[in-house]
Ligand binder design. Structure first.
Ligand SMILES: Cc1cc2nc3c(=O)[nH]c(=O)nc-3n(C[C@H](O)[C@H](O)[C@H](O)COP(=O)(O)O)c2cc1C
Length: 468
């Protein structure tokens, strides 16, 4: 088996269960060989498009739209830089299908037929990103109960099940009606069609990380007793109906990908066996590629971070060796359960690990996130033979010990989590302005600056929405 052969490819460095492989970053890696570089440089053909290499910029919310939710020149500039950076595929950050359910003020929003100004902003975005030949997928999303209180104090969600996070940043959600659900499905279809018409090469439906579709998948957030809750078949109905609607509106010859959690890593949440079953269904439904990630705001495993409770690792495969990519072992299971193109994102930094995932495990694409916040040229450097990328995440913390990401205090852990993320947001803002990233920025300063920026963006949104 391809995935098993990985066990012999590296010297074993002792037994590492899944728990340790998530957290241990002091990995033994070998330098990249010429063959490894060739593997990462090889093209990847989907039925809909051919991507020039195996490196993908993972979705990263940019916060650079104007108050009406339209792409701006800052967004175009950022994607021009990433387009020049060598990745074969760029996936946009959350593009939101309902302006009352932003993941963050500053998201691009397509929740109706786009007007001319929106269309020209989208077209310029696609042109800038694709100028050097990369594929470009628009990630379409709805934040559901993970909508900040700043945006909406009573967000729509599958059930009135609040987020269990310290602080008061998220309001009490209200359960969606059938009409609400139908409206959301229709808006995903509108956004996908707009993406196709304005020059994107595909869309990715965001069904991971605790956003609306992921909430429907999870029994912890979905307490419904109608056709949209209960059995896995019912919980996955929203995702599958969106897939159907997007195929109908954007065409079956347009790339359709889904970002899915391997698991929520929360007791009673969406688990690994369920994830495998959903993948089988999605393969049968005509989805072209699955991107594997994991976690939620309460349990941010997508970034290898500590959550509010100890992670539930039941059903996750135990690795025979430490792997830096958080979901690579699960990808092997997934490829056996649903043999379809997989992209794996989270923790990849060493080029030899990336090449091995492609060559030995059969992964189609390697997703890269945080390294591209400080170095847009990171993919080109890997393709030119660099051994690894900067592991910036290890340095992003408010302080040591009690003040750090492993603090016994939930509030401090949450602040470290959001602080590390906001540090990255600040770097993207800088690049959008044409400035170089600032590696010396402190996490606390980033938290403050980002909060102020989000409040200002929200005030501007309210001002344009105010009836005249
Ligand atoms: C600044 C930032 C913004 C992100 N925004 C999104 C997003 O909009 N959609 C999404 O699916 N994931 C988002 N993520 C998660 C990344 O796509 C990726 O799963 C995660 O960073 C792990 O990959 P990495 O270890 O290479 O950073 C974001 C991550 C960061 C750091």
């Amino acid at each position: 088996m391809a995935c098993q052969s990985a066990k012999t490819a590296f010297a074993l460095i002792g037994f590492h269960g899944s728990e340790r492989s998530f957290l241990d970053k002091s990995l033994v890696t070998r330098p990249m060989s010429k063959q490894d570089a060739e593997i990462l440089k090889s093209a990847f053909a989907l039925p809909t498009e051919t991507l020039p290499n195996r490196l993908a910029k993972a979705a990263m919310t940019e916060g650079l739209a104007d108050a009406a939710g339209r792409p701006t020149e800052r967004l175009h500039r950022l994607y021009d830089a990433w387009g020049r950076g060598g990745a074969g595929l760029l996936i946009t950050g959350n593009v939101i299908v309902d302006r009352d359910h932003l993941e963050r003020p500053g998201n691009v929003v397509i929740d109706r037929e786009p007007d001319l100004a929106m269309r020209s902003g989208l077209r310029a975005w696609a042109k800038a990103a694709r100028a050097q030949g990369a594929g470009l997928w628009m990630q379409i999303s709805h934040a559901g109960r993970q909508t900040q209180r700043l945006v909406n104090p009573t967000p729509a969600a599958p059930s009135a099940a609040p987020l269990r996070l310290p602080g008061k940043n998220f309001g009490m959600p209200r359960a969606m009606t059938e009409d609400d659900i139908e409206a959301v499905i229709a808006r995903f279809a509108i956004a996908a069609k707009a993406a196709r018409e304005e020059g994107f090469s595909g869309v990715q439906i965001h069904a991971a990380h605790g956003y609306l579709i992921s909430q429907f998948l999870s029994p912890l957030a979905n307490w419904r007793t109608d056709a949209w809750g209960g059995s896995l078949e019912n919980r996955s109905r929203l995702l599958r109906e969106i897939v159907k609607a997007v195929r109908a509106s954007a065409g079956t010859d347009f790339t359709l990908a889904v970002k899915l959690n391997a698991a929520d890593f929360q007791r009673g949440g969406f688990g690994p066996e369920e994830s495998l079953q959903v993948m089988r269904w999605l393969a049968a439904d005509g989805v072209h590629l699955i991107e594997l990630s994991g976690g939620t705001y309460e349990q941010p495993r997508m970034a290898g971070m500590e959550g509010m409770t100890p992670p539930d690792l039941r059903g996750m495969p135990a690795s025979s060796r430490a792997r830096e990519a958080y979901f690579q072992d699960f990808a092997c299971e997934a490829l056996r359960a649903a043999p379809m193109p997989m992209m794996v994102t989270g923790g990849f930094r060493a080029s030899a690990e990336m090449a091995q995932a492609v060559r030995d495990d059969g992964v189609a694409l390697i997703g890269l996130g945080r390294p591209l916040c400080v170095d847009p040229l990171a993919p080109a450097k890997l393709l030119a033979g660099a051994d690894s990328l900067d592991r910036i995440e290890g340095r992003l913390r408010i302080g040591p010990g009690l003040l750090g990401p492993k603090s016994p205090f939930k509030m401090v852990r949450a602040l470290n989590g959001f602080g590390a993320l906001y540090w990255c947001y600040q770097q993207l803002r800088r690049m959008g302005e044409g400035q170089p990233p600032d590696r010396g920025l402190s996490v606390l300063a980033a938290l403050k600056a980002e909060q102020a920026a989000q409040e200002a963006a929200m005030a501007a949104i309210r001002a344009v929405r105010r009836p005249s």
